[in-house]
Design a protein around this ligand. Structure first.
Ligand SMILES: *[C@@H]1O[C@H](CO)[C@@H](O)[C@H](O)[C@H]1NC(C)=O
Ligand SMILES: *[C@@H]1O[C@H](CO)[C@@H](O)[C@H](O)[C@H]1NC(C)=O
Ligand SMILES: *[C@@H]1O[C@H](CO)[C@@H](O)[C@H](O)[C@H]1NC(C)=O
Length: 536
């Protein structure tokens, strides 16, 4: 048996060991797992950070001029497996929808943007969620943080979609202290309390947290759940932090140390929020260790999208930002940490091609030992073997998105590529190649164009500014050779462009149309005791 084959077989045996509790003679350190019992299944803590830019985590930032400091996160990452080739969606709701269903947005009608407070729409009710599968597999399931997958009907809420308990915000953009969310459209201007504490049978606004900084509340809630865990059931804890999304707010002691390091006031506050996040991760890890649960826990850490340069985040040297399909929007921060990982891969970087939709089958099947029955066709792949053995990922292709409702570029009559309407906002990766079409950047309020790459203001780097006509609407990059997308190869590779447009067209013809209803003023919290929540 070649050493590669041995590695693969060991990886498979290791997975079987987890899945079915069979003995393997490979040297992986999985002795903690109490075989053949529910209790033997590992706890899963999924930490999703909101709007954390590629260059805003310490372990990336230290190489790229960023002043952000995340020593605790860096340590967890360094002891685990850093996912250096990890992708998410370009904005909040889309990433959450794919994480919880394992399915592309073009298959759920969620192609277009994030759910606004008055949008009568939610993650389609006929989608099976990751939380439901974990419940079915014998897990208790807890969600703490930001939902952002719709709330106009009770059936849409987290505790109706597979979570036993829920504490947090149904929407996004809340004030971190008052927990109020303002929202205006047309002639309407709404304001409501947005913090909820739910079980499957009780739903209530959690006023007792008024005035408390959200990151502290979420952290304490996770610590409480961990400390109170007495049953033999394994736990799935989904922790989508509201931080470090705007509004930029943090207790002064966290931002103060950055004043002398960063010449931009907003970014000083962001640095403080990131420090506080780091402390939160540290506190939760400590509680896991103190309660003895740590040894049987898998921690997955992920951003939800690239950093919004409009609110001081940074993705340098990647091009673009949140809400674009450039790498700065979709190449995400991510790692996995656990003493249960094979010793061979602890402390390594994985270059496996992994996408947020891959967590669904990976967690349900390889980590929780469940079956994938009952879901609609998944777009995610089980990447456990790739992470734990260094074998290539099963994923070779990634549809970043096709969004027909995104602003179009005027169709260029002389367009030489015919199959896919290249005025549409879309992006696709196949192997090393990535194609982008349509409108892919915008000017922010500081006049920055998100077609470009911006270094952090605290560094000496010079921005990369693309020299290209405004009408440009097809780009092709070799991401492996040019991860920053500074070298467009579309003109030199017409055959590759043609092939990739052909593939985009196949996706386009099979897609579920995007669902984007009109906003409904009946959302008005004033009609519901001053609280945001279901109105239908
Ligand atoms: C908004 O208010 C203006 C001025 O009162 C009115 O003319 C307009 O019709 C209103 N628009 C809507 C959508 O109600
Ligand atoms: C972490 O724990 C310390 C000690 O209990 C506490 O003072 C601090 O506020 C906690 N930080 C967070 C973010 O939870
Ligand atoms: C999967 O199969 C199990 C066992 O037959 C069943 O209880 C469960 O409801 C199925 N799950 C789904 C989502 O269909």
């Amino acid at each position: 048996m070649s050493s590669l084959t041995a590695l693969v077989v060991c990886g498979l045996l290791y997975m079987l060991h987890w899945t079915y509790g069979s003995k393997s003679d490979c040297s992986f350190d999985a002795n903690h797992i109490n075989e053949n019992t529910q209790a033997g299944k590992p706890h899963v803590l999924f930490i999703l950070v909101d709007d954390l830019g590629y260059n805003d985590v310490g372990y990336n930032g230290q190489h790229h001029g960023s002043a952000m400091k995340t020593p605790s996160i860096d340590k967890l990452a360094a002891e685990g497996v850093i996912l250096s080739n990890y992708y998410v969606q370009a904005t909040c709701t889309p990433t959450r929808s794919q994480l919880l269903t394992g399915r592309y947005q073009i298959h759920t009608g969620m192609q277009h943007g994030s759910i606004h407070p008055c949008l009568p729409k939610c993650l389609p009710l006929d989608e099976v969620t990751l939380a439901e599968k974990m419940q079915e597999t014998g897990y208790s399931t807890h969600m703490i943080g930001k939902w952002h997958l719709g709330h106009h009907r009770k059936e849409c809420l987290p505790t109706k979609r597979g979570f036993d308990t829920y504490l947090g915000y149904y929407l996004g953009n809340e004030d971190y202290y008052t927990h109020y969310r303002n929202y205006a459209f047309g002639n309407y201007s709404f304001k409501g309390y947005a913090f909820h504490d739910d079980t499957s049978s009780s739903f209530r606004p959690a006023y007792e947290y008024t005035g408390q900084y959200a990151t502290f509340v979420f952290t304490q809630e996770v610590q409480k759940i961990v400390k109170n865990h007495k049953s033999s059931k394994p736990m799935f804890i989904y922790l989508p932090f509201h931080t470090v999304h705007d509004p930029l707010q943090v207790p002064k002691q966290y931002s103060e140390p950055f004043k002398k390091l960063i010449p931009d006031e907003d970014r000083v506050t962001l640095a403080g929020m990131i420090s506080c996040l780091d402390e939160a991760v540290q506190n939760i890890t400590t509680t896991l260790k103190e309660t003895g649960l740590y040894d049987n826990t898998i921690i997955i850490f992920s951003t939800d999208n690239g950093g919004p340069v409009t609110v001081a985040a940074n993705n340098w040297p990647l091009r673009g930002a949140k809400a674009t399909q450039w790498e700065g929007g979709v190449h995400g921060v991510g790692f996995i940490h656990s003493p249960l990982l094979p010793k061979e891969v602890q402390g390594t970087n994985s270059n496996a091609f992994i996408h947020v939709s891959d967590w669904f089958p990976t967690i349900v099947s390889s980590i929780a030992g469940g079956t994938l029955n009952g879901t609609k066709p998944l777009d995610g792949y089980d990447v456990w073997e790739a992470i734990t053995t260094g074998k290539p990922s099963k994923r070779n292709e990634l549809l970043h998105n096709i969004d027909p409702l995104y602003p179009h570029v005027p169709k260029n009559g002389s367009d030489q590529f015919s199959s896919f309407n290249t005025s549409l906002h879309a992006a696709l990766r196949i192997g090393d190649w990535k194609i982008l079409t349509g409108v892919q950047g915008f000017l922010d309020h500081k006049g920055r164009d998100t077609h470009n790459s911006y270094p952090p203001p605290e560094s000496n780097y010079t921005a990369f500014k693309a020299v290209e006509p405004e009408s440009k609407h097809i780009w092709l990059f070799n991401i492996t050779a040019d991860p920053n997308e500074w070298n467009d190869l579309a003109d030199d590779n017409p055959t590759v462009v043609e092939q990739m447009l052909h593939r985009l067209q196949e996706y386009y013809l099979n897609m579920t149309p995007p669902y984007w209803p009109n906003r409904d003023p009946n959302c008005d919290p004033a009609k519901h005791e001053g609280v945001w929540g279901p109105w239908e």
